[in-house]
Write a protein that binds this ligand. Structure first.
Ligand code: PNS
Length: 163
């Protein structure tokens, strides 16, 4: 059983995240999309809301081979991966600017749990500039985010800001 976790804030889920999930499907039997409980970051959506938004969209990605699970966690990603019996941590890389931060995290996670490998997947070019933080900023200031997040997520963002 090849089990991976795909950890992140997912505040909110973007089409860039979905692109990485899609690319991970053929590589693993089970992927746990692991939503970090990070109230100190003052997220737009609660953990429960973020998990619900991901759960709503996942059936579209069911390929009948890889099981997709949504869960949340607090504390260290490496600990969560170990607890759930994962052999890999999936992370997406959009541009060279991501590399340094991701490398440091991967090396630290490897030091914490030497048997768990970080697997980097390259996001599609069209999402290379898409991040949850940038989207939130653009949306909050009245910009359009269609095509960059699933429609259901855009609707929830509108609800959240009373638009
Ligand atoms: O989507 P993000 O915000 O880029 O995800 C970052 C995340 C959640 C992967 C990272 O912040 C993380 O792993 N946090 C949990 C705490 C932890 O393990 N810190 C040490 C990482 S080496």
């Amino acid at each position: 059983m090849r089990r991976a976790i795909f950890p992140g804030s997912f505040d909110p889920l973007t089409n860039g995240h979905l692109d990485i999930i899609k690319r991970s499907l053929p590589l693993f039997d089970e992927i746990i999309i692991a939503v970090l409980n990070n109230p100190e970051k003052n997220p737009m959506f609660s953990v429960a809301e973020r998990c619900a938004m991901i759960e709503e969209i996942l059936p579209e990605f069911n390929n009948g081979k890889c099981e997709l699970i949504v869960d949340s966690f607090s504390g260290l990603t490496a600990d969560f991966a170990k607890r759930r019996g994962a052999s890999a941590i999936v992370r997406g890389i959009r541009a060279v600017s991501d590399y340094e931060y991701e490398l440091r995290m991967a090396l630290m996670n490897r030091r914490l749990e030497p048997t768990i490998e970080t697997v980097f997947l390259m996001a599609a070019e069209e999402y290379s500039y898409v991040s949850s933080n940038l989207l939130k900023q653009v949306f909050t200031l009245g910009g359009r985010v269609e095509g960059l997040v699933p429609q259901s997520v855009e609707d929830k963002m509108k609800e959240k800001l009373g638009k």
